[in-house]
Structure formats: C-alpha cells, structure tokens
Design a protein around this ligand. Structure first.
Ligand code: TXA
Ligand code: MG
Length: 335
C-alpha cells in the first residue's frame, strides 16, 4: 500500500474522513505525539491498528474526540471532580479513564469496561476530529516498543507502506504522551505521568495519587508492563553524579570504533566531552525534545549515553518514566 503524507487542508481532511468512516487508518498530529487513528465503534477498524503496530492485544487504546463532542454519550461520570478537571485542563494532554457505556469497540478497550477519553488541544488534531465527527481510537503512531513519533517523517519511517494516510502537522511540541488518569475512584489515580502533573491535578481535584503498580495489583494500565519507547541504537542511562564513569564508558566505546553520543540537559552537557544531543534546560524543553533526539540518535549513533533528568519540576516524573524505559533494553542485555 502506498502511504500519502499530506499537509492539513480541506482536501486532506476530506480524504481522512473518507478513510476513517470507511474503516481504514489515518495518522494525525496532536500536541503530544502523532496518533494512529481508526473508527472507535468498529472492531475491524480498530483491529487494523493492532496489526499495523504489532501491538499486544491486551493493551487498550485511548479514544479521541473534538472539543464540542458530547463525551457523556460514551462514558459515565461518577465524581464531581471530573467536571473541574475538564474545565481546567481540556482540551489538552490529559486522558481520563471512565466507566464505559459500551459504545466503543471492546477491541479498543480490551473488554475492560472502562475507556480512556482524550480531547487534544492541537489545532490539526481538532480539525481532523471535527472533520470525521466520530470517536477515534488512537495509540501513538509507531511500531510497538519503538520511540514515539513527533514528526510525520517518524510515522512514515515506522508505518510507511502499512497505512494509507499521514496528516502532517509539523513537529509536536509537548513531546511526551498525555497523562492518563483513572477517574473511576473517589481519589483520581495517575496511571501514566505526563505534562499535566499530580500537583496540577491535586490543586483542582483536591486529591490525586500515583498508581503503585505493585506486581500483585490487577494491572490497571495494562500498557505499562511492556517495553516501550526504545530507539534502534544501544542506550545506557547514568545517574547524574556518575558523570566520570559515564565519560569513561563513552570513551571506551569510542576507542572500540563505535559512534557514541551523549544525550542530556544543558547542565550535564557542560560536564562531559564528546558529541552531545542536548535536550535543553527546563523540564518542558526536555519533554518536548526527548523523542525527537532519540530518533536523531538512531541516525547518528550506535550507542547513546544518557543522563537522568532532575530539574525539580513534577514533569520530571513523566520524563524519567520514558527515559528509563527507552534505555531498558540495553540494561537487560547487559545483565
Ligand atoms: O498523548 C497520547 O496519549 C497519545 C496521543 C496519540 O493522543 N496516545 C497514546 O496512546 O499515547 P497509547 O495507546 O500509546 O497509550 C495509551 C495508554 C496505555 O498505557 C494504556 O494502557 C492506557 O493508556 N489506557 C488506555 N485505555 C485504558 C483503560 N481503559 N484503562 C487503563 N489504561 C488505559
Ligand atoms: Mg505508545
């Protein structure tokens, strides 16, 4: 199949509508990462997402709608704090997991009885969701386990030949996926951290906690048990205080003839010598650059030596969640 990459305009939106309503896939930009969308009501359409990505079938998908869509057609609101959270953060990078009314395909929800709803703030995402005017199930538009895509080119590299259309809305600015928040309990629970942080939620809802994800717990965000975000090159993650050891590790690999680079914030960059992929200074900059730099690393390096991030912001939790998973493969292989 040939994959078209089109800028977002009336013609490409009409094509996207035709595809989605016809049960086909379409990739689209959001403020976090690119999504791979399908009609959320259709089992067959949603199955195509799992096939294209090679995604495990027990990892549920988020459902996307435009800002004027009546979400309460799809879900039941059980707690008042939900209305305050909607008011404060939507449209934006916050996905809320509600009790489902059963309209969304069980293939998307993995039969959980709950469904995650996201209203993205990105202008192109809104234009796409308005054009189709149906709920769109969409995970990140990458092959399962690979680094999430933040440009149309990243999507094309992973899914070219497997999907008919990519809507190109430029580079995503948020950079890490939405916060996933379970709102089916009296205290909202963060299942995946992101740019809407626990502190921000607590200020509006009065309470919030992180999912503890104990091995004995029923897995509430099933996706969290899988390897994620890994670039195709080798990675090694170091604590900030271990920069001398990291430099030695870097130098040894370079002596062996390998292409090595550091990936870190500006502060750590000033402490090491070598090729550096800089993530920036603030937590927001680092989040925004993380996946883009992991993609760049694949092209320029065989080994990436990364440093933990510690800016003091609550957003660090989301960044470190991604970075440690992105580097997990190398750690497992070294063991
Ligand atoms: O920013 C984002 O959220 C992006 C863009 C495209 O919107 N989407 C995204 O989707 O990251 P995905 O499928 O890669 O991640 C969805 C996460 C997974 O960790 C999944 O397990 C969790 O949300 N999730 C989805 N539905 C759930 C449910 N009903 N209960 C618990 N967790 C759920
Ligand atoms: Mg993903």
């Amino acid at each position: 199949m040939e994959t078209e990459v089109l800028k977002i305009d009336d013609t490409s939106l009409a094509r996207a509508r035709e595809l989605i309503l016809g049960g086909e896939l379409c990739a689209f930009p959001t403020e976090t990462v690119y999504g791979l969308g399908a009609l959320a009501y259709s089992d067959e359409a949603v199955e195509k997402i799992f096939e294209a990505k090679g995604r495990p079938s027990d990892n549920p998908l988020i459902v996307h709608v435009h800002k004027d869509y009546d979400v309460d057609k799809l879900v039941t609101v059980e707690y008042d704090y939900v209305y305050r959270l909607r008011e404060a953060f939507l449209p934006g990078p916050l996905t809320m997991v509600y009790k489902s009314k059963g309209m969304v395909s069980p293939v998307a929800t993995c039969g959980l009885g709950t469904v995650g709803i996201r209203i993205p703030s990105h202008e192109g995402a809104q234009a796409f969701l308005k054009a189709v005017d149906v709920p769109v199930a969409a995970p990140s538009a990458n092959v399962s386990k690979h680094t999430s895509p933040v440009t149309a080119r990243h999507v094309l590299e992973d899914l070219g030949g497997k999907i008919p259309l990519i809507l190109d809305g430029g580079k995503c600015t948020g950079g890490i996926e939405s916060t996933v928040l379970d709102v089916t309990t009296d205290t909202p629970v963060i299942l995946r951290s992101g740019l809407v942080t626990a502190d921000m939620i607590r200020k509006v809802a009065g309470k919030c906690r992180y999912s503890e994800n104990k091995p004995t717990d029923e897995i509430r965000a099933p996706g969290m048990k899988y390897r994620h975000y890994c670039p195709k090159c080798e990675t090694a993650l170091f604590e900030r205080k271990d920069f001398v050891r990291a430099q030695e590790y870097h130098d040894r690999a370079e002596l062996q003839g390998r292409r090595v680079c550091f990936m870190c914030d500006e502060e750590m960059a000033s402490l090491v010598r070598g090729k550096i992929l800089s993530l920036g200074r603030t937590a927001e900059q680092i989040a925004s650059n993380l996946y883009d730099k992991l993609h760049e690393a694949e092209e320029v390096a065989d080994l990436v030596v990364a440093f933990a991030v510690d800016t003091g912001s609550d957003v660090d939790v989301g960044i470190m969640n991604r970075l440690s998973k992105a580097c997990k493969k190398a750690a497992d292989e070294r063991e």
